[in-house]
Write a protein that binds this ligand. Sequence first.
Ligand code: ADE
Length: 248
Amino acid sequence: MRFDVLTLFPDLFPGYLGQSLLKKAIDRQLVQVHVHDVRRWSKDKHQKVDDRPYGGGPGMVLRVEPVVECVEEVQREGRGPGRVIMLTPQGRRLNQQVVEELAQEDRLLLLCGRYEGFDQRIVDLLQPDEISIGDYILNGGEVAAMVIVDAVVRLVPDVLGEPLSTVEDSFSTGNRHLEWAQYTRPREFRGLAVPDVLLSGDHGAIARWRQEQGYLKTQQRRADLLETRPDGETTDDGQAGRSTDADN
Ligand code: ADE
């Protein structure tokens, strides 16, 4: 899978891309991430890519020419134009279902904004899929682009050691519960002991305990997950995600 990140701040990315799971996925050539500096497409001698909004008002707006020309040139590189994603607080909200949808693509172009926003003609011409990572305003789309890369990469075949771990993840399709509590050594720390059931070796009992714990935590913290399916529809019984075949 190939990602192209189009940004005014390319130096934000090497640290993130050079660590952990993502670095391994890149080294193993399972994913490619190309970061492009939109300023390279500026015709201004100071490499300016923004300007004041027509009609007045605060802030600066990203100009149409450098952004559109950058996207078009990057699209000509590599196989196929890919799907253009614009990171913006006005977009549809990212969730695991959207992540799963994006992971089906061979190539994603992630367009990061800064300043007050994009010239509307960028949207009109490129018709991007506009995505927001939440109802808050970031200084730009770069962190949001990293969030998308991070979440999508986990679903690229062979990136994770154990494929089952994504199926079991909270929020993955058909799984609408929070994670149960996990423990590792030592068995006791400052008087807090690991629950006996986890030391019992009884796999059926452990699975039931985990299922119950996950369900209770979801009920306490995110009851909305139990009431809606991943597509946003309300379930009949309000118990989506509560599996009764915990031993399987
Ligand atoms: N750019 C600024 N805020 C954003 C957000 N919440 N999601 C995506 N891109 C953004």
